[in-house]
Design a protein around this ligand. Structure first.
Ligand SMILES: [Zn+2]
Length: 540
């Protein structure tokens, strides 16, 4: 263990400069002085150990950050009036004014001597220096934009870059490349940060600040009951290998955690970390559920964007894959995150339950606080069911298409096939209202499902997402139906108005003009006296 002359502490040396890099277990006296004064006094004591000038003239105070641990005092090293990129020192001072830790990335004096020699040589040779414009042009070229990409130079500054440890005068340039929407499937946006030698024009360093990379995953798509068309499977069954699908987990961050542009499992306790980004698990591994939520939410979000909705929940939603032990899941409008339950079949093992819950998040993002009225709450449940059923309809056996949660429901449903809820009920408004949002949601989802049959998947999904923008937090069924008609006028010149009216008039949500405005779902009196029925207890 290396030692310091100026302080009693333990030391990890810097790999290149061999100066102290990490200084910990520091023993100093408590002090009532300001953290900055305390830090400066400590630095003067160890300047010899750090091999920097003892008057600290190369350091420029940056800031003091306050945290639970105390004050963190930051300095950056300068050379010839310009900052040296990545040359920082941080002194950690506890609440009693004791220095307890120091992190050092400063360039040591021997390397600074080399930098000064290089400066002098260039000055005598009168080497020409790249202009700002030349540096920007080189940076754009190095970003390799494709035809049609939007290009923006975010900044260009002269600084020193540590090239093999020696500060070298460089242009730091950041270039943002945004591919056009139509090509978004193939190419990704990039934010290139690069250092260009201010004399030779050589690219000394270049990396994408958007740290996304694909990973490997294994999922149910959407679940084993559907993909094997086997309703005999239950939670304790041995699930055959062919129920699993290997998938690409797109644009993961380099952290090794399951997180990307639209999903993060950061609220999951003890979440999985794999630096090689190989997340091919099976349901016996808890991390399988992290992969499930990532893959299915990410794919649905990209589907929304392909439909043209580029501002609907277009950011990472935190997901806790097993944060409750009952057979239920929820979206929290205050924390804006999802939590899945582990009762019965774990909810995050059924992609239809995942999409249903994500539906709540979508709606809350479009209309913050949506669902204040009980009808609004039912519309939220109906929308989530529609979202899941519509998305997976093409891959489902015929008898399961108008239902959701076929795998989840094996734990509690006696029906064949098992299901959580249906989208093809004959429920009418208002006579079939039961005052329970999931049950009443079947009125709304049945309308959307009928629309899908009449107008097709693409048109209906687009109308359904779009009409949310016209709703308010206390909107109900009738307002929703009218908003769908308005959205259709906007998107399709009203082509589908009669089809939409037909569905909602038959369901009793819009008054019937042929019956002097009476509703198909009358009489009302029975509703007023109606007995509220209990739900099945598996709300979701
Ligand atoms: Zn729900």
């Amino acid at each position: 263990m290396a030692k310091l002359k100026g302080l009693s502490a333990k030391v990890e040396p810097h790999y290149r400069y061999k100066t102290p890099h990490q200084i910990y277990d520091v023993k100093t006296q408590a002090s009532g002085k300001s953290p900055r004064k305390i830090a400066e006094a400590a630095l003067k004591k160890i300047a010899g150990d750090l091999k920097i000038k003892p008057d600290l003239s190369q350091l420029k105070f940056d800031k003091v950050r306050e945290t639970l641990l105390g004050s963190h005092v930051l300095y950056q090293q300068y050379h010839a009036g310009k900052p040296i990129s990545g040359a920082w020192i941080r002194v950690d001072v506890d609440k009693d004014g004791r220095v307890f830790n120091i992190h050092n990335d400063l360039v040591s004096e021997p390397a600074m001597v080399k930098a000064r020699k290089a400066d002098t040589k260039r000055a005598t040779n009168e080497d020409k220096q790249l202009s700002d414009g030349e540096a920007r042009a080189l940076a754009i070229e190095a970003s390799a934009p494709a035809k049609g990409d939007a290009i923006r130079v975010v900044c260009s500054d002269l600084c020193y870059y540590k090239c093999n440890g020696v500060p070298t005068l460089s242009w730091k340039v950041i270039v943002k490349i945004t591919p056009p929407k139509s090509g978004a499937k193939e190419r990704r946006p990039a934010e290139w940060k690069m250092f260009i030698d201010a004399h030779t024009g050589a690219i000394l360093d270049k990396h994408n600040l958007l740290r996304f990379i694909d990973g490997k995953g294994r999922v149910f798509d959407p679940n084993p009951v559907v993909s094997l068309n086997d309703t005999s499977l239950e939670d304790y069954s041995k699930i055959p290998d062919k129920a699993y699908t290997e998938v690409v987990l797109r644009d993961l961050k380099k952290s090794g955690f399951i997180e990307g542009p639209y999903v993060t499992t950061k609220t999951t306790a003890n979440r999985i970390k794999r630096k090689n980004r190989d997340f091919r698990f099976k349901r016996t591994d808890r991390a399988f559920k992290e992969v499930m939520v990532y893959f299915h939410i990410d794919r649905l979000q990209r589907h929304l964007q392909e439909m043209g909705f580029d501002n609907v929940l277009n950011h990472p939603i935190p997901v806790n894959i097993d944060g409750q032990s009952d057979d239920n899941s929820h979206y929290s409008p205050s924390d804006k995150d999802l939590t899945f339950g582990t009762g019965g079949v774990d909810d995050a093992e059924d992609a239809e339950i995942i999409l249903h819950e994500y539906g709540h998040a979508i709606q809350d993002n479009q209309v913050p606080g949506f669902g204040q009225s009980s009808e609004g709450g039912a519309m939220g449940e109906g929308f989530g069911d529609f979202l899941a059923a519509s998305f997976f309809s093409d891959v489902k056996p015929k008898n399961m298409k108008p239902t959701v949660g076929n795998w989840d429901a094996t734990a509690y449903s006696g029906a064949e096939p098992p299901y959580l809820r249906r989208l093809d009920s004959n429920k009418q408004y208002p006579k079939d209202l039961r005052g329970e949002v999931h049950d009443d949601g079947e009125i709304w989802s049945a309308c959307l499902w009928e629309l899908r049959a009449a107008l097709g998947r693409a048109t209906t999904e687009k109308l359904v997402i779009a009409h949310h923008f016209l709703l308010a937090r206390d909107s109900g069924f009738e307002e929703g139906a009218n908003a769908l008609i308005t959205a259709d006028k906007n998107l399709n010149n009203g082509e589908n108005e009669s089809a939409i009216r037909d569905v909602f008039v038959r369901r009793g949500i819009l008054p019937n003009p042929k019956r002097r405005g009476k509703r198909a779902g009358t009489p009302f009196d029975e509703i007023r006296q109606g007995v509220r029925q209990k739900s099945n207890g598996h709300g979701k």
